[in-house]
Design a protein around this ligand. Sequence first.
Ligand code: FAD
Length: 298
Amino acid sequence: MTTTEAGHHTTGNFKLSFEFFPPKNPDMDVQLWETVEELSRWNPDFVSVTYGAGGTTKAPTLQAVERMISVAQLPTASHLTCVDASKQEVHDVVRELREAGVKHFVALRGDPSTGIGTDYKPHPEGYENAAALVRGLREIADFEISVSAYPEKHPQSESLAVDIDMLKRKADNGATRALTQFFFDNDIFERYMERVTRAGITIPVVPGIMPIQNLTQLKRFAGRCGTSIPAFLDERFAGADEDPVARARIAADVAAEQIADLQKRGVNEFHLYTMNRSALVNAVLENVGYRPARKSAA
Ligand code: FAD
């Protein structure tokens, strides 16, 4: 059964994935694994672990991925970027991750180690962009390969058309799914999908849903990612600045309503940015009325 109103039972072909980032210190480590345990009850189709710029989090990503697979027993995708790495170095990381049991990569160009928005220069012996990385991964093994998509355009991209062309190249090179940058305006996503379909891209494009832990902080981050903040969000969160309980309730309602509205538009697959916190994600999925079917771990 799939229904479209938040609060009703939602099962059937509803697909779910969770994104985590590798911990940077012991406290964050504890928080991550508590979150993973808490969220496991939703039986996600897969979870993913991000990969930091400049190779800075190569080891933490590897450690987190290993534990997701061997201890948490979750089907786990490792993000992988081309930043500051030769093809050989990328292949070495792929081999290590493969030995840890990874069969699914989220293949990205990545941002320069000098920061988002600064000019990206490919490593002289590396992959020039995500499309080239996808091709390289495809040559190594029959991996599942997810890639990024930007319904509001990548901030450095000259146009949405160029962006969609890049998505097409990634799909043509063997990507099996795209995960979108987070967005809050479903009309933008729907218009984007019309263009994606017209471009002949047939891989699933899964909306990335960001439950709003803190609207003020999110606005700063969204600006760097090219995500627009619709006026209705300010209205919904108005007056809740000093009230964390009210803020959490509003945030859960907003994300659940976004998912329910996307379901009405025929979407049944969702990638949730967890920010390594479980409470809000739990509240969102409870509001959506999601009832996970039993799934076996990969
Ligand atoms: P590509 O797919 O290669 O390019 C994306 C678009 O950007 C292209 O369509 C192109 O039009 C445009 N573009 C790219 N470079 C230029 C340029 N120099 N000039 C003009 N236009 C350009 N980052 C991490 O570091 N680690 C992660 O784990 C990570 N996970 C992510 C997961 C998702 C689902 C998403 C959406 C993003 C993630 N990112 C991550 C961020 C991503 O690395 C950045 O957005 C990066 O800038 C682009 O990488 P990409 O793979 O999307 O690039």
